[in-house]
Design a protein around this ligand. Structure first.
Ligand SMILES: [Zn+2]
Length: 235
């Protein structure tokens, strides 16, 4: 049999970082939101001919993409978002000392934005299974600043880009104005600052305000960078 055109023998595959937390009933969700549950309807252990299960839980589960309908009455559902927003060059930036406050442009003084997707590694929500309220958030001013530099997606290693108890959601509103994509709940602990290819597809759930994603970072920003002019029907 001839070898595949592209396989492990012909392409040097860099190590890939999995930046999604494990989805389990232990995974922390916003207070009042629906935890993940997993029900086995059929199982080998019970003498059935296969395993079959049902899941239940918030769409803002673990690593997830927020959709505009989550934060604006005129926003669209996640099924209407171009999937290529979530694929392509991305920059990881560590921000120290931001627990309990918003990150502002002044925190990025020495940083050059080099990719349209910017992921903030704050370390302020270190255990995805344990809720804490004082995680770092982003400022509306930061979204303006990133937009001026060509960014189109922000991601964070916390459950929200606004503070936990915020009801105004100024940063979500700035994201709506500038039509950014948003990823929350990423696990960036083991990832160094630098440029990568992000792959983090939301599911095509009709009208949903968010979807869990399986988020990966490939240590080469050029992979898939050519797919920026996707013209498929998002539906
Ligand atoms: Zn969310």
């Amino acid at each position: 049999m001839p070898p595949f055109l592209y396989d492990a023998a012909t392409v040097a595959t860099p190590a890939v970082h999995d930046i999604s937390p494990l989805i389990s009933p232990r995974l922390a969700v916003f207070p009042g939101d629906t935890s993940f549950s997993f029900q086995r309807l059929l199982s080998f252990a019970a003498g059935h001919h296969l395993e079959l299960s049902t899941i239940h839980g918030t769409v803002h589960l673990g690593a997830h993409a927020d959709s505009p309908i989550h934060y604006h009455r005129d926003g669209v559902g996640i099924d209407r978002r171009d999937p290529l927003r979530y694929v392509g060059p991305a920059q990881v930036i560590t921000i120290d000392g931001a627990r309990g406050r918003r990150i502002r442009p002044a925190d990025l003084k020495s940083v050059t934005i080099s990719a349209p997707r910017v992921l903030f590694r704050t370390g302020t929500f270190p255990d995805p299974d344990r809720w804490c309220d004082d995680f770092a958030s982003l400022s509306a001013e930061l979204i303006e600043w990133l937009s001026e530099r060509g960014a189109q997606l922000v991601g964070t290693d916390t459950p929200s880009i606004d503070p936990a108890d915020d009801k105004v959601l100024e940063t979500h509103q700035a994201v709506y104005r500038h039509d950014f994509a948003v990823l929350e709940g990423l696990v960036l602990e083991a990832v160094a600052d630098g440029l990568y290819t992000l792959v983090a597809q939301p599911l095509k759930i009709e009208g949903a305000d968010a979807s869990p994603v399986r988020a990966l970072l490939i240590p080469d920003p050029r992979i898939l960078a050519a797919f920026q002019n996707f013209e498929g029907d998002p539906r």
